[in-house]
Design a binder for this molecule. Structure first.
Ligand code: HEM
Ligand code: CA
Ligand code: CA
Length: 311
């Protein structure tokens, strides 16, 4: 794929620990940067590949697009970049900082760690109009699957990665329409647990503040755990797109497997999450000479040569 674990082990040996300490100190002063950084990496990878394009400033840059406007944690990436430039000027890409920071954010939230392949090049293109690749909260399962498949991610990756909603929050604006006048018979989206509905309505009143935030994983928004999937089973998903993972048979099986439903081959969320994250973080990785093949060839030649020279 053009990336490999330990890419900076010679050129900037402290790279990973510098990112980790920046994420930790950002998290200590504001824990919401953890979900923020995980989501930022996802939004980077789905637009122009994992190339740091989400970080570019400008009136028409990606970060100005609707789905990106509420991203959080930019200050943590800036802090890590500043420290890395002091330690190893011009070596570590912003795309790699995002990939490492997403992993570190999951670990700080009590989730799994995984080795992050590095060696991404930063891109130069960042256009708000490209953000239409990103999945939307009203997307059907078919559309969600198509958008993930377009990035080389299968149905299991979709369910696993959306499991990232085990941490973090959503503004009322993205799901309030499910609570009032959703359809003429019941008033609310019928897939919402009837015991949960009054709670959601009091958190997001019909004429209330649309920027008010509600945990995506009810009662476990700070903990990277399995609870998100149990909430889907119980009709307690917050986003329409999340709750549909339970109504559609093709995705429901994976939710059930994460829940360890009897008769189905079990899947361990923490282990699968790391694997799917590595796949996601290799989306359209920029190569030095235009193709992945060339980049791989270049690096393996380069490293085997330097290695034998150093021996
Ligand atoms: C069908 C796919 C997805 C849709 C439609 C979707 C949509 C959303 C929406 C609408 C929010 C609320 C944003 C806000 O109010 O600030 C959100 C939050 C979040 N998303 Fe997703 N998402 C998807 C997949 C993913 C994936 C693959 C990841 C990571 C692997 C992810 C990680 C997060 C996190 C961590 C938050 C909380 C952000 C925070 O607290 O600041 N999402 N998502
Ligand atoms: Ca990108
Ligand atoms: Ca959780």
């Amino acid at each position: 794929q053009g990336t490999r674990v330990g890419f900076y082990s010679r050129s900037c040996p402290r790279a990973e620990s510098i990112v980790q300490s920046a994420v930790r100190s950002g998290f200590n002063s504001n824990p919401t940067v953890a979900p923020g950084l995980l989501r930022m990496h996802f939004h980077d990878c789905f637009v122009q590949g994992c190339d740091g394009s989400i970080l570019t400033n400008g009136d028409d840059a990606e970060k100005m697009a609707g789905p990106n406007r509420l991203l959080r944690g930019y200050e943590v990436i800036d802090d890590a970049k500043t420290q890395l430039e002091a330690a190893c000027p011009g070596v570590v890409s912003c795309a790699d900082i995002l990939a490492l920071a997403a992993r570190d954010a999951v670990v700080l939230s009590g989730g799994p760690g995984w080795p992050v392949p590095t060696g991404r090049r930063d891109g130069r293109v960042s256009l708000a109009s490209d953000a239409s690749n990103l999945p939307g909260f009203t997307d059907s399962i078919d559309v969600q699957k198509q958008k993930f498949a377009a990035k080389g991610l299968n149905t299991q990756d979709l369910v696993t990665l959306v499991g990232g909603h085990t941490i973090g929050t959503s503004a009322c604006q993205f799901f309030r329409y499910r609570l009032y006048n959703f359809n003429s018979t019941t008033g609310a989206d019928p897939s919402i647990d009837t015991a949960f509905l009054p709670q959601l309505r009091s958190l997001c009143p019909e004429d209330g503040d649309s920027s008010k935030r509600v945990g995506l994983d009810d009662r476990s928004e700070n903990r990277f755990d399995n609870s998100f999937f149990a909430n889907l089973r119980n009709g307690r998903g917050i986003l329409e797109s999340d709750q549909k993972l339970w109504t559609d048979d093709s995705t429901k099986t994976f939710v059930q497997r994460f829940l360890g439903i009897r008769g189905l081959l079990g899947l361990t969320f923490s282990a699968e999450f790391g694997k799917s994250m590595v796949k996601m973080s290799n989306i359209e990785v920029k190569a030095l000479f235009g193709t992945h093949f060339h980049q791989n060839t270049f690096f393996s030649l380069f490293f085997s040569t330097t290695h034998s020279l150093l021996k």
